[in-house]
Design a protein around this ligand. Structure first.
Ligand SMILES: *Cc1c(COP(=O)(O)O)cnc(C)c1O
Ligand code: SF4
Length: 336
């Protein structure tokens, strides 16, 4: 086997495991409900970079990293209230791939592709063909952005914008830089967690450009996902003035304990990353087995608050269609 660090990020991305049998063999595991798991793979393909698999514990079917990426039979079960498009996003799309829901900032979905397929993700029902990174679609989005003078922040999202080649990304950001009212450039990406080499000199150059106030929002859910290579990359970005934050998703059996959250936020800070959001799961068909009830989530936050400094507390939020921001999850006040 080739040492993963000998490969550049694009080679690692291309070399990801997509075969369930191979993943199980590498981790010395067997699945009781293999037929339905294979069926789940046909609905939403299995995809996981080898370096991420290397951070999992062999022989442990409950490994918190594995649980996020392993296709299982439970995904095939219908759960009431879980739908294909829980966020009803179509009505906030002025041009293809732009989502404008919140004041001053827009989400620009540059690609449907990701370095990894997370089983809890709404992307499992994504219409990929609508989000191809084509020159025509980018041109249309750029023309629209140029006219929105009250938008000062563009958030490159997806899918995962850092699956784009450096060339494509640099070209896009150069075009965005021509729009004078855009001040902040934000990237939402799980790629650097999966493949830390993704924070390469081109990306550091791009985000470190003094033209922008740049923010990179990573997505890590468990302390075991964080590596010294990631810390090195983040450090290089921070030296160039980039703000680096993390959003996590609250997932049953992955990070739904105070101990898991405490280790996550402490290790994030060790890597130079501040916790930003802890998301309640979007109710997407096939992900019901990851759901943590609000009452338990709030208890968890109370437990975490008693263990870590305030600046390491993420905001517990959910996304409600129609709201003007992410919605804080708070205890219901009962009026007697
Ligand atoms: C989540 C999201 C944002 C970013 O929200 P912040 O609170 O600024 O992090 C922006 N636009 C859309 C459509 C979103 O879903
Ligand atoms: S969009 Fe994020 S959460 Fe969804 S599959 Fe891609 S990396 Fe995972």
């Amino acid at each position: 086997m080739i040492a993963q660090h000998a490969l550049n990020w694009q080679q690692q991305q291309a070399d990801a495991i997509t075969d369930l049998h191979e993943l199980l063999e590498l981790l010395q595991l067997t699945l009781a409900d293999l037929p339905r798991a294979l069926q789940a793979c046909r609905e939403f393909p299995l995809r996981v970079p080898r370096s991420f698999v290397a951070r999992m514990e062999k022989g442990n079917p409950e490994d918190p990293l594995l649980r996020q990426v392993l296709a299982v039979g439970e995904e095939m079960e219908q759960a009431p209230g879980f739908s294909h498009d829980p966020l009803a996003e179509a009505q906030h799309t002025p041009v293809p791939g732009i989502l404008h829901k919140y004041h001053g900032r827009v989400l620009f979905i540059v690609t449907g592709a990701c370095a990894v397929n997370c089983r809890y993700c709404f992307r499992r029902h994504f219409p990929y063909s609508d989000y191809m990174p084509t020159r025509e679609r980018f041109a249309e989005a750029l023309a629209w952005l140029a006219q929105q003078e009250d938008v000062n922040e563009v958030i490159l999202s997806g899918g995962d914008p850092l699956t784009l080649t450096d060339r494509k990304l640099t070209e896009l950001v150069a075009a965005l830089a021509e729009i004078p009212h855009l001040k902040r450039l934000r990237i939402h990406s799980r790629s650097p967690v999966m493949i830390p080499e993704r924070i390469n000199s081109e990306l550091i150059e791009l985000l470190g450009d003094a033209r922008w106030q740049s923010v990179l929002v990573l997505h890590a859910n468990h302390a075991n996902e964080l590596t010294s290579e990631l810390a090195q990359g983040v450090n290089a970005l921070r030296q160039r003035g980039v703000t680096v934050l993390n959003q996590a998703v609250l997932l049953a059996g992955v990070n739904d304990t105070v101990a898991a959250q405490e280790a996550l936020v402490n290790n994030l800070f060790d890597c130079g990353v501040l916790p930003y959001y802890l998301h309640q799961l979007d109710k997407v068909q096939g992900a019901a087995h990851f759901m943590v009830p609000d009452s338990q989530a709030l208890q968890l936050m109370d437990g975490l608050r008693a263990r870590v400094p305030g600046f390491l507390l993420p905001q517990l939020v959910r996304e409600n269609a129609g709201d003007k921001s992410k919605t804080p999850v708070v205890a219901k006040v009962s009026i007697v």
